[in-house]
Write a protein that binds this ligand. Structure first.
Ligand code: GH3
Ligand code: MG
Ligand code: MG
Ligand code: MG
Length: 298
């Protein structure tokens, strides 16, 4: 059984909590709450894989708890099974309409509870795996373009709110078509993996973020970093790539694999768009290519 999955059980009657805990505890980590507000807090803090939610609760009832879970991006994905003595078809339909993934009626049947919980935990494992795969580039294992787009928007919004500087860098491998043509695509793939790893290891803060933008291009987001600081960091990266000393006989710039980088930074204003900063960095990358490659333009 999978011990790493966590279930939150919500019921105002202590004996029900104990019953469900006893049923699920041997196989899973079980958290409990006996009211709506506690359930919401625990869901947010502990990010359980599944919630078993009683409908009739004093104060905030199960429907309201579910609505609030769904209204918060941090909890909207957590599957909820209603567990209730309300056993009419109408109540069941209402619960499912509210967004519950399943509906179990009391009195509880141990076999039914275990089987349905197992099914929904399995679906949740698969959902999380797919979500991770959808956001990662398979070749380099860096975040992909899709994740970059949402991350850029998030760090931009944060910078607008906090009035802090944000820098971005666009990185492009020099003469990479030539590398593939002379060394073969498989070795080209290997270079992309090495470049990705070197980018990751050259970043210093936990808030710095690198992604594969596409092809042989990468983007780095540097929150709370002015342009000159970002330029220095990218210059260090450029040298670190050179130091890998990967022979590149077809390069017009260097005897080894090199990169060109465009850097742009600003203190974002609400009326500006995140994409404009990326565009500016991309234009500077173009200047870096025009001024001979293997350099950083900021
Ligand atoms: P420049 O210095 O101006 O950037 O020249 P370049 O040859 O690097 O630029 P260009 O855009 O002409 O070529 C990029 C090459 O990157 C084309 C393609 O063969 C290669 N490439 C893109 N994605 C991959 C990949 O996933 N694996 C490999 N091996 N090569 C890739
Ligand atoms: Mg109740
Ligand atoms: Mg390119
Ligand atoms: Mg290139």
């Amino acid at each position: 059984m999978n011990n790493s999955q966590t279930i939150l059980v919500v019921d105002d009657v202590e004996i029900n909590l104990h019953l469900l805990q006893g049923l699920l505890q041997p196989d899973h980590r079980v958290l409990t709450a006996d009211n709506g507000p506690d359930a919401l807090r625990i869901a947010l803090e502990q990010q359980p894989d599944l919630i078993l939610l009683d409908v009739i609760l004093p104060g905030m009832d199960g429907y309201e708890v579910l609505q609030r879970l769904r209204a918060d991006v941090r909890t909207k994905h957590i599957p909820v099974i209603f567990v209730t003595a309300l056993n009419s078809a109408e109540e069941e339909a209402r619960g499912l309409e509210f967004g519950a993934v399943d509906y179990i009626t009391k009195p509880l049947n141990a076999i039914t509870v275990r089987a349905r919980v197992a099914t929904h935990l399995k679906l949740e494992r698969q959902r999380r795996m797919l979500e991770a795969l959808a956001n990662i580039d398979g070749l380099t294992e860096l975040p992909n373009r899709r994740q970059l787009d949402s991350k850029l928007q998030a760090v931009w919004d944060h910078a607008v709110r906090s009035g802090s500087e944000l820098s971005v860098a666009v990185i492009d491998v020099d003469c990479f078509k030539q590398y593939n043509d002379s060394q073969g695509h498989a070795r080209g793939d290997n270079v992309l993996r090495l470049v990705a790893r070197t980018i990751s290891s050259s970043l210093q803060r936990s808030t710095d973020f690198a992604a594969r933008y596409g092809g042989e291009e990468f983007v780095v987001l540097l929150p709370a970093t002015p342009t000159d600081g970002a330029w220095l960091l990218m210059e260090t990266l450029r040298r670190n790539i050179e130091r890998l000393a990967i022979p590149h006989p077809g390069s017009t710039v260097s005897s080894v694999v090199s990169i060109s980088v465009g850097v742009a930074g600003c203190t974002p204003l609400p009326q500006q768009r995140a994409a404009s900063l990326l565009q500016k960095a991309d234009q500077r990358l173009y200047h870096a290519k025009r001024s001979g490659r293997n350099c950083v333009v900021g």
